[in-house]
Design a protein around this ligand. Structure first.
Ligand SMILES: C[S@@+](CC[C@H](N)C(=O)[O-])C[C@H]1O[C@@H](n2cnc3c(N)ncnc32)[C@H](O)[C@@H]1O
Length: 217
């Protein structure tokens, strides 16, 4: 859905430019100033309507969070929530995962969340998957030492692909994984995303992993 077709969203963006960042490259190396504190910064890539990051930001008020989304229409829903009830530790960014090294300097991000990323099932599109070796290298370049990737999906093929991609990275360790998050020991802590709710209602199993960078090359 294009934003032009939703006048409320267009107006929301025009009238509330302080509530989001359209040029994240201008903040590279200065994100803590933008948050006005020195707390760690966690990044969700592809946050959609933002249910997950909102709940996480409420749960962890001493950390900073960035919701990054390429689709302005999806982000408009989170923007509307943030204007109505601003969370001081949450910032909204219109951005493309492909460009993250232009947005963040080395070590600027503490942890990354990838929730129900687009599966890009065709082999020729494999590089677009947010857990491809190309993206894993980009994450390494913006994460601090010990930085983690939290990944959830309903797509078994994407999950298998992601586990393999992580296993092939010598400095990336798989801390844990589950093939059925909602019936696992991790379910209590789990924050359900909008897509997760939809998929699990339809009976899909949810796959989840956490991986961690232990050193830089
Ligand atoms: C399937 S939705 C999942 C949304 C949300 N994370 C959830 O679980 O409910 C995937 C989201 O990733 C966003 N996305 C896809 N490619 C992206 C990219 N390259 N950079 C940033 N966001 C992206 C899409 O616009 C979409 O909102």
């Amino acid at each position: 859905m294009r934003i032009k077709k939703r006048p409320w969203a267009k107006e929301l963006y025009e009238n509330n430019q302080d509530f989001y960042q359209k040029f994240p490259e201008n903040l590279k190396g200065n994100w803590q100033n933008y948050f006005e504190n020195s707390a760690p910064i966690e990044l969700e890539i592809g946050s959609g309507k933002g249910g997950f990051i909102t709940q996480l930001a409420k749960k962890e008020p001493k950390k900073n969070f960035i919701a990054m989304e390429i689709n302005e229409m999806a982000l408009a829903f989170l923007l509307r929530k943030q204007i109505a009830n601003p969370l001081p530790n949450l910032r909204l960014v219109i951005g493309n995962a492909h460009e993250i090294e232009r947005y963040f300097t080395m070590g600027e991000i503490a942890n990354i969340y990838l929730n129900f990323s687009d599966p890009w099932p065709k082999k020729r599109h494999a590089k677009r998957r947010l857990t491809s070796p190309e993206f894993l290298k980009k994450y390494q370049n913006i994460l601090q030492k010990g930085g983690k990737i939290h990944f959830k999906t309903d797509n078994e093929n994407l999950f298998a692909y992601s586990v393999k991609a992580i296993a092939n990275e010598s400095n990336l360790f798989l801390n844990y994984l589950t093939f059925d998050l909602h019936h696992s020991e991790y379910s209590e802590e789990n924050i359900v995303t909008e897509y997760e709710q939809k998929f699990s209602k339809n009976g899909s199993r949810i796959f989840m992993l956490e991986a961690q960078y232990l050193r830089r090359c």
